[in-house]
Design a binder for this molecule. Structure first.
Ligand code: PEP
Length: 256
């Protein structure tokens, strides 16, 4: 069976619980979402995780956290374990976003520990990799993302490694001031990520693209053969944005 094309959004440190509920209500009312050939997902902040998971439980939209700790439990004040994320009804967890690498000192080794914790809790890890602006060059970028992806999967048996989703998010492409990667550039790097982890996962992994995805570039990105999904920030922070992208992308990936 063909793998689904992924489309989802992480809200970062945005939205109150009532804003999250309103977002979910708009998605629930969009009856065509269930039949689109897409695996949709939403990653709210921890504060809204359980409510969003409950609100979307009867929809095919997956819900996940934006981070988790590597330990099962214990004296880690202020942290949230993978088990606690799963207990909220989430099934996904984003790990290693470039903001966490840059602002919270997350290393490849630490992200690997979090991947293991997530898998043990039954969650699907969505691991972000991506080169910095200084490494923005096909050869340099390929080295960086290969290291990040291989380290994320280090020590996993192939069956577990195959459960991990990867997201190629060039740091220079993300957020305000970000410049989206061209479809050809993203496709080339995504192909190198897949080659880099083939031996660890025993199969070609699912690799999403993220970084300034918007209605103007989503279709061209989605059509690239190595792009298995789109991970969207700002353009999907309003439900109308996610819905519009979902309908747009669904129309071009059908039969991809
Ligand atoms: C992100 O931060 O992961 C992201 C994809 O953001 P944006 O789409 O807003 O660039």
């Amino acid at each position: 069976m063909a793998r689904p094309f992924w489309l989802g959004t992480g809200w970062k440190m945005n939205k109150t619980r009532s804003e999250a509920a309103a977002y979910c209500a708009t998605l629930e009312a969009a009856s065509d979402l269930a039949v689109l050939p897409l695996q949709l997902f939403v990653l709210p902040p921890f504060t809204a995780l359980a409510e969003v998971a409950a609100a979307l439980a009867d929809t095919p939209i997956m819900v996940g956290a934006q981070n988790c700790h590597w330990a099962e439990a214990g004296a880690w004040t202020g942290e949230i374990s993978a088990g606690q994320v799963a207990d909220c009804g989430a099934t996904l967890v984003e790990l290693g976003h470039s903001e966490r690498r840059a602002h919270f000192g997350e290393t490849d080794a630490l992200i690997n520990a979090k991947v293991k914790a997530a898998l043990s809790a039954g969650l699907t890890p969505l691991v972000c990799v991506g080169e910095t602006a200084e490494e923005r060059d096909l050869d340099a970028a390929a080295v960086t993302v290969a290291r990040q992806a291989r380290m994320a999967l280090s020590g996993l048996v192939p069956a577990d490694a195959a459960r991990v989703l990867l997201a190629y998010e060039p740091v220079w492409a993300i957020g305000d001031g970000g410049e989206p990667a061209t479809p050809a550039y993203a496709n080339a790097i995504q192909g190198s990520i897949k080659n880099a982890v083939l031996d660890l996962a025993g199969q070609s992994p699912t690799v999403l693209y993220g970084g300034s995805v918007n209605p103007g570039n989503a279709e061209a990105l989605a059509l690239e053969p190595e792009i298995d999904g789109l991970f969207v920030g700002r353009a999907a922070w309003q439900p109308a944005g996610l819905l519009a992208l979902a309908r747009q992308v669904a129309a071009v990936v059908e039969g991809k």
